[in-house]
Design a protein around this ligand. Structure first.
Ligand code: AMP
Ligand code: ZN
Length: 112
């Protein structure tokens, strides 16, 4: 996806404050943080959202979820963290490249 914002970040065409990178995944700080620590983890491959995944994505999604606590801890979230995946228009997604929000620090408001 040539003009997808997060594909462009993954290709290094748009700068980000990087938290982590390997051959399949990149994580970077959210540009508009909703907590004192707020970063996003994305697959480098363009997947629109959780609505589009199937069993072929299982290993990648498992890798992302198991990486989340490690990166959260590295960012100082010793006390826990929140993960959010907005999927599709109905889920409030704004950037249509699958991402996991990881946020925390201080006390987060409870969620419905
Ligand atoms: P969502 O509503 O789940 O699609 O969230 C998209 C997130 O991407 C929002 O929290 C934005 O603040 C964040 N975002 C948008 N542009 C950038 C960018 N260039 N670098 C980092 N985060 C961004
Ligand atoms: Zn993309």
């Amino acid at each position: 996806m040539s003009n997808c914002l997060f594909c462009r970040i993954a290709r290094g065409e748009i700068p980000c404050r990087k938290v982590y990178e390997d051959d399949e995944i990149i994580a970077f700080h959210d540009i508009n943080p909703a907590a004192s620590v707020h970063f996003l983890m994305i697959p480098k491959a363009h997947i629109v959202s959780l609505q589009e995944v199937d069993e072929t994505h299982g290993a990648l999604l498992g890798k992302m979820l198991t990486l989340a606590p490690r990166l959260a801890k590295e960012q100082g979230l010793d006390n826990g963290f929140r993960t959010i995946m907005n999927s599709g228009v109905g889920g409030g997604q704004e950037v249509f490249h699958l991402h996991i929000h990881i946020l925390g620090g201080g006390r987060l408001p409870s969620m419905a």
